[in-house]
Ligand binder design. Structure first.
Ligand SMILES: Nc1ncnc2c1ncn2[C@@H]1O[C@H](COP(=O)(O)OP(=O)(O)OP(=O)(O)O)[C@@H](O)[C@H]1O
Ligand SMILES: [Mg+2]
Length: 365
């Protein structure tokens, strides 16, 4: 699905296929502002816009590059770009074979950033991720050998196949953006973004991530099975000799500088008090829900704000609308709510619950 003409981003942002179409740019003086409080843009903003446009163009070129290898999955790609802009970590969930690994590998090929992939196996030790002290016979001293976590983009593949101790080492480093070695902290590079994949079906030999630590992930994106026509397109590619191991036709189109420029623009975005109020009302509504034993924390509300801002900027606007908030509500919040066992038995799901909350909380107009 593509956005309005001239609009590089899909109209369906992460997990909000029913979201209304995104306007193609900032409102002109004749168009009514969709809610109170959007600032008027003056000529002073014109010059700054060129650098911002360059960053936005680079990030939309990235989508076209990813599409050279991966068919569809636009919403997931958009979610990953939002996370990169926010320097937030992502949990990618989907059944086996829906191209979770291929997606992240292809994304890394479009970015001139350092990338590492770690396959989380049952025998992986914390030191295999973070690094370890090794004895150097020449100097007769222990020296730290950096683990694969010292990178910009880390694919933590099949994170639920590794025991809790190793998961905990990764989650701690994700939160603190540092690794402690012999009591002294070692900073991780900037940006440092983890994309962890997991299979939603619990089977023998898997370890669910601790619920209380899931909010270290900015977004939880679900990778759906493709619709029929896209699955046919996948087969056509394979019939034409596409080899998922060979991504040499995918070009690097965005850099850390583009991400930093984008981030600086996102930080300038206007957020009206009504929109802040809306985010808080959504979070509060989850806390009142009888189906939940744990609702969204203030940290969850800040995550939703950050993601909605990045999405608003990618959509070419200088202010955040309630629709941006709605579009990102499920990816930003679905892993931060905890269902009561009774509700779960009755078939309730976090997404279903959030749909209910979105339908019941009044939208500022
Ligand atoms: N949307 C798609 N576009 C292109 N290829 C696809 C797509 N979906 C599946 N494939 C094909 O299926 C293969 C499986 O993908 P991949 O290994 O990335 O899946 P996965 O979701 O990581 O699975 P697992 O959970 O088993 O690790 C890809 O290498 C590719 O050949
Ligand atoms: Mg995989």
């Amino acid at each position: 699905m593509s956005g309005p003409p001239g609009h590089p981003w899909p109209a369906n942002p992460p997990a909000a296929p029913s979201a209304p179409p995104v306007p193609s740019g900032p409102p002109t003086s004749t168009a009514p502002v969709p809610y109170l409080g959007a600032p008027a843009e003056g000529p002073a903003d014109e010059r700054a816009r060129s650098g911002a446009d360059q960053a936005r163009d680079a990030l939309s070129a990235l989508r076209a590059e990813v599409a050279k290898a991966v068919v569809g999955q636009d919403a997931v790609v958009t979610g990953l770009v939002i996370a990169l802009l926010c320097r937030g970590h992502v949990l990618l969930e989907g059944v086996p074979g829906v191209a979770k690994t291929l997606l992240v590998r292809t994304l890394s090929a479009t970015l001139s950033l350092d990338f590492k992939r770690v396959q989380f196996t049952p025998d992986l030790m914390p030191g295999d991720v973070t690094g370890s002290l090794v004895y150097d016979a020449k100097t007769a001293e222990f020296a730290f050998r950096e683990g694969p976590i010292f990178t910009n983009l880390l694919l933590a593949d099949e994170i639920n196949r590794t025991p809790p101790k190793t998961q905990a080492a990764l989650l701690e480093a994700m939160e603190e953006r540092q690794v402690s070695v012999d009591g002294s902290p070692m900073r991780l590079p900037d940006p440092f973004v983890v994309v962890a994949t997991q299979n939603p079906i619990e089977y023998e030999g898997t370890y669910q991530l601790p619920e209380a630590q899931l909010d270290r992930f900015l977004l939880k994106l679900t990778v759906p099975l493709p619709p029929r026509d896209q699955e046919i397109a996948v087969l056509e590619r394979h019939a034409l000799g596409f080899d998922p191991k060979d991504l040499s036709h995918v070009k690097q189109v965005a850099s850390a500088a583009d991400l930093a420029a984008g981030r600086a623009e996102v930080a300038k975005l206007h957020v009206a008090p009504e929109v802040l109020g809306y985010i808080v009302d959504l979070a509060r509504a989850t806390r009142m829900s009888p189906s939940l034993q744990l609702g969204v924390s203030p940290r969850g509300a800040t995550a939703l704000l950050a993601a909605a801002r990045a999405w608003a900027w990618l959509s070419g606007r200088s202010y955040v609308t309630p629709d941006d908030v709605k579009a990102l509500a499920k990816p930003a919040l679905r892993h931060r709510v905890q269902l009561r066992p009774e509700a779960e038995l009755e078939g309730a799901t976090p997404d279903g619950l959030l749909d209910g909350v979105l339908a019941s909380v009044p939208v500022p107009r």
